[in-house]
Design a protein around this ligand. Structure first.
Ligand SMILES: *Cc1c(COP(=O)(O)O)cnc(C)c1O
Length: 354
């Protein structure tokens, strides 16, 4: 790591923790006492500060509000039994953040600002990391253009920020998923591989239509033929078929390269599964289901970790699963959580000590 940047710290006078309850936490609703803010101006990052969590004052013509030049990341921090704080694979998120930045024509955030800023912020708000199972401190780094102009062009100024939110389980119950064949999330040449704000805006209507039909989320298919499965909402997707684990390959640039996806692949290999990263057609999934070989379907993502899917519907064909009989994804989840909660050795070097 490069020399530590100058980060000015202004502490909150009182902590909101005194009157805060960690029971029944909705995702992303409550925030800690502090936030990190940095400005990109005249070609450099400056004003790097940690200060009390507070609203922003923005010009109504702020470019990001109009044209969506905005990206984000999602990371989690945990505590071990001694109360030491760890962040799960933040370097991988840092790298992906700058891949997103490049695609959205934004300046890269230097590693020392992203990593040291995050480390220091989490250290300051360490008491906000929950202790309960399936709980953690969700870390949200983000960047958006701040130039006050309605011209469509890369902005000459940006804001990079990190906010923290204590969180419980994202989807508490197994999900019902609708295979989408009308709307598309991402097309080749587009921004599907970037964690860009607009990708999520465009997912809301399809998800709302799926909700009306009683489904929790959609499984996206490719934008060209609506034939190959992509990912689920904000999660990557895995299919356990026989003794193999299948997940869509990433080379088309339409799928977000999940850190949880990569972690799941690593752990599944360790569990003895052969991993097939390939184009996976919905027809092949149905074929495996009809043959009785489709054992488990689940999503992976930082917010949701490992989420079982109890129903998958494509057109009129409904695949239902008795999630209580599953063994692979529960074991995967246990193995992953044991690492995150420091119950076993960090054999892959994933835990970043705060
Ligand atoms: C964030 C995200 C994922 C999961 O990525 P993780 O790094 O595992 O959190 C998958 N798909 C989309 C579209 C996402 O935004």
């Amino acid at each position: 790591m490069v020399a530590a940047p100058q980060i000015n710290v202004q502490k909150a006078e009182t902590s909101k923790l005194q009157s805060f309850s960690f029971e029944n936490l909705p995702f992303g609703k409550y925030f800690t006492d502090h936030m990190l803010e940095a400005d990109y101006e005249d070609g450099e990052w400056k004003n790097i500060e940690i200060k009390p969590y507070q609203p922003l004052l923005l010009d109504p013509s702020t470019a990001a509000i109009h044209y969506g030049q905005a990206i984000f990341e999602g990371i989690k921090a945990y505590k071990d039994n001694e109360g030491n704080a760890f962040i799960f694979r933040p370097i991988d998120n840092y790298k992906r953040f700058n891949i997103s930045a490049e695609r959205l024509r934004m300046p890269p955030v230097p590693e020392e600002v992203f990593m040291e800023g995050m480390r220091l912020l989490v250290q300051i708000d360490k008491n906000w990391i929950p202790n309960q199972d399936d709980h953690s401190l969700y870390i949200r780094p983000f960047m958006f253009s701040t130039e006050a102009t309605l011209g469509v062009k890369p902005s000459d100024s940006y804001k990079f920020m990190i906010i923290l939110s204590p969180t419980g389980p994202y989807y508490s119950k197994p999900m019902r998923i609708y295979v989408e064949e009308k709307f598309s999330r991402a097309a080749p040449g587009g921004i599907g591989f970037a964690k860009a704000a607009g990708n999520y805006a465009s997912s809301l209507l399809p998800a709302a239509e799926a909700h009306k039909l009683g489904y929790d989320q959609v499984l996206w298919t490719d934008a060209v033929e609506h034939k190959y499965v992509q990912e689920i909402g904000t999660m990557n997707v895995f299919f356990i078929i026989g003794n193999k684990a299948y997940t869509p390959e990433l080379t088309s640039g339409t799928i977000l390269a999940g850190v949880t996806r990569d972690s799941a692949i690593t752990i599944l290999k360790e569990m003895g599964f052969e991993i097939i990263e390939d184009r996976i057609s919905i027809d092949d999934v149905i074929k495996a289901h009809k043959a009785g070989e489709l054992r488990e379907v689940f999503g992976t993502g930082t917010a949701a970790t490992i989420s079982p899917i109890k129903e998958l519907r494509y057109k009129d064909y409904v695949m239902e699963f008795d999630v209580s009989k599953w063994i692979v994804s529960p074991e995967l989840k246990r193995n992953l959580n044991d690492i995150r909660n420091s119950k076993v050795a960090d054999r892959f070097g994933w835990m970043f000590r705060v």
